[in-house]
Design a protein around this ligand. Structure first.
Ligand code: HEM
Length: 228
């Protein structure tokens, strides 16, 4: 359910505060950085003391650590590019697409850093590691590396200095990024002792729906170009 609450929370935040996110984007990046740093500090503390946060704050921290906030922002970026651009909601999401990509990238930092640290700690302590675990970690790392140029070129400062064609070429890497993220998540779910069917279905409907909508949109625009 944490995934559902996180998705609702982030999408509602994006729709209610669209103009504030656009106008005061740096303030939102700072808040995301504070939450991300807090998550990293707490996770390091937890590695040493094994003390667990409880209640709302515990769930909030987990949503940050497990990449739920991040994935919600990336889903906004994805659907902004896949839904009908004439719709009011699409226009709203499109107006904060770059900001959402930046927030998604900031929010994934504690997830990527701390799971990498946990992996190294496991290796050093000779803890059992499954092949599937190593595979989905590598897939996640590749996705993270692809995300870096996507993140940098979403920043206004860098975007303004680039030719549109070069910028577009880099942004095409978003598709393999989304695909790798989906594979990473599915493999992580399959690596659990018990497969969470609800979680698997939610991610599959969202990513599958996105890819279908995108294919329909692309085939429509190819047909329109051919008819000119
Ligand atoms: C931009 C790249 C990445 C994205 C968007 C991403 C996103 C996600 C998401 C959404 C989940 C499912 C969490 C859930 O709903 O329970 C997940 C699971 C996981 N990811 Fe990533 N991830 C990325 C990169 C990485 C990297 C670089 C690592 C570590 C090196 C990593 C390690 C893990 C682990 C260990 C899990 C399983 C968590 C658990 O079930 O406790 N991820 N990832």
């Amino acid at each position: 359910m944490r995934l559902v609450y996180s998705l609702i929370f982030i999408v509602a935040l994006a729709l209610i505060f669209t103009s504030s996110i656009k106008k005061y984007s740096k303030n939102f990046y700072t808040i995301a950085l504070i939450i991300g740093s807090g998550t990293i500090i707490y996770e390091i503390y937890r590695l040493v003391t094994d003390i667990k946060l409880q209640g709302f704050i515990g769930e909030f921290e987990k949503a940050s650590m497990k990449g739920n906030f991040s994935i919600a922002f990336f889903l906004i970026v994805m659907f902004a590019g896949a839904l009908n651009p004439k719709w009011k909601i699409t226009k709203k999401l499109l107006s904060i697409r770059a900001e959402s990509a930046i927030l998604g990238s900031i929010f994934i930092l504690p997830h990527a850093i701390m799971y990498l640290v946990r992996f190294i700690v496991k290796l050093l302590n000779h803890k059992p590691i499954t092949t599937l675990y190593v595979i989905y970690l590598i897939v996640g790392l590749i996705a993270f590396i692809i995300m870096i140029p996507l993140f940098v070129t979403s920043l206004k400062k860098f975007r303004a200095k680039m030719k549109f064609a070069d910028w577009k070429k880099i942004q095409r890497w978003a598709y393999p990024f989304y695909l790798l993220v989906y594979v990473h998540i599915v493999l992580a779910i399959f690596n659990d002792k018990e497969i969470d069917i609800l979680k698997l279905s939610i991610y599959t409907v969202l990513f599958g729906g996105y890819f279908i909508l995108k294919l329909i949109k692309n085939s429509k625009s190819t047909r329109a170009i051919k008819n000119i």
